[in-house]
Design a binder for this molecule. Sequence first.
Ligand SMILES: [Zn+2]
Length: 181
Amino acid sequence: MSPYQAWPFLSDPNHPFLSAVWAVGIHGCIALVAIAPIIWRSRHRLAYGALTFVGGSILDLDHFVAAGSLSLHTIETLSGRPDTHSLIFVAGLAALTLLLTRRWLAAWAVFAVNVAHLLFDAAGGHEHILYPFSSLDGLPWLLCPLGTLALLGISAVISAAAQRSSPARIATERPDALAVG
Ligand SMILES: [Zn+2]
């Protein structure tokens, strides 16, 4: 359960490019798991799936900003992850998404994808996930699989609820529903 040494998925500064490819791949897959039910129920599975896969790594752009460099070697040898790798920042991203799209499902998707990212990174340590409220530096690795599965479960509940209340479905099931008035 050690948040640090026991996590075998950290990047290797000796292979910065391969490490970056690995990071994008694993974050993409975890992101897909976190909101799989939402993607599955959407009308644009492929497009949303691709968007989610890419979006799984968006948070890591903060490494480039913090390093002030586009060098993969430089960003992978930072002393720690920037404080934007935190729940408060991710909640802010979700709030911004809600503000821009007015869609709770989109906001949840942004939140879940980025929390899954945080959980994976936190297992390797050097991440202030509760910034600025705590200087906790990483989480036990077990929270990564358990947390990601929890996100998957919540996504299933939310997407089912959203589908039940969608106007298109109401119109299909109750043709009179939209005709009233
Ligand atoms: Zn990261």
